[in-house]
Design a protein around this ligand. Sequence first.
Ligand code: AMP
Length: 189
Amino acid sequence: MLNIVLFGPPGAGKGTQAEKIKKHYNLMHLSTGDIFRKNIKGSTDLGLLAKSYMDKGDLVPDEITIKMLESEVNKHSSSSGFIFDGFPRTKDQAIALDEFLSSNGTEVTKMIALNVPEKELIKRLIDRGKDSGRADDQDENIIANRIQVYEKNTAILAGFYKQQNKLAEVDGLGSVEVITSRIYSAIDN
Ligand code: AMP
C-alpha cells in the first residue's frame, strides 16, 4: 500500500494537490476537513460538534477526529492506499495513525510537506474565501488563529516523520502543475 500524508499549513494547497495525487496513484483521498464539512451540511451530531471548533479555527478534539478517521480507513481497507489530507494535525493523531495503519498491516510511506511562506498563505486563503463559501476563509482573525494553531500543534509533526526517515519537503510556490510534478518526484524517489 502507498500511504501518503500530505502536510502543510492552511492555504498550502493540500486539497488541490491531493486531487491530482489520488488520481495519479489511484489512492483513497481522506480529508478530515471535507468529512467534517459534509457532516455539517448533513446536520449530523458530529457536524454540529465539529462546527463549534471549526468556526473559531480551532482543532476538533483528538478523540473525535481520530475515531472518525479510523472508521474511514477501515471502511476503505481494500483500497490500494490512502492520501491523508489535513490529518494528522497533532502528535496524538500521528501516533494513532501509526497504530491503526499497523493493525491493518501497513504504514505511512511518506510525508510530503508543502512549504509556503505565511504572507502567501494569508493571501491564498482570503482569495479562496471569496468563492469557497467557507466562513473560516473569510475572516482574518480566524485565518490568523488557524495559522497559529498550526504552528503550535501541527508543525512539530515534520520532526516526527523526519525521525522515521519519511519526511520529504516540497517547495509549495509556483504553478499547480509544477508543484504536482515536484510532489510526484518526491513520492517516486
Ligand atoms: P481544513 O479543511 O483541513 O482546512 O480543515 C478545516 C477545519 O477542520 C480545521 O480548521 C479544524 O477546525 C478542522 N479539522 C480538520 N482536520 C482536523 C484534524 N486532523 N484535527 C482537528 N481538527 C481538524
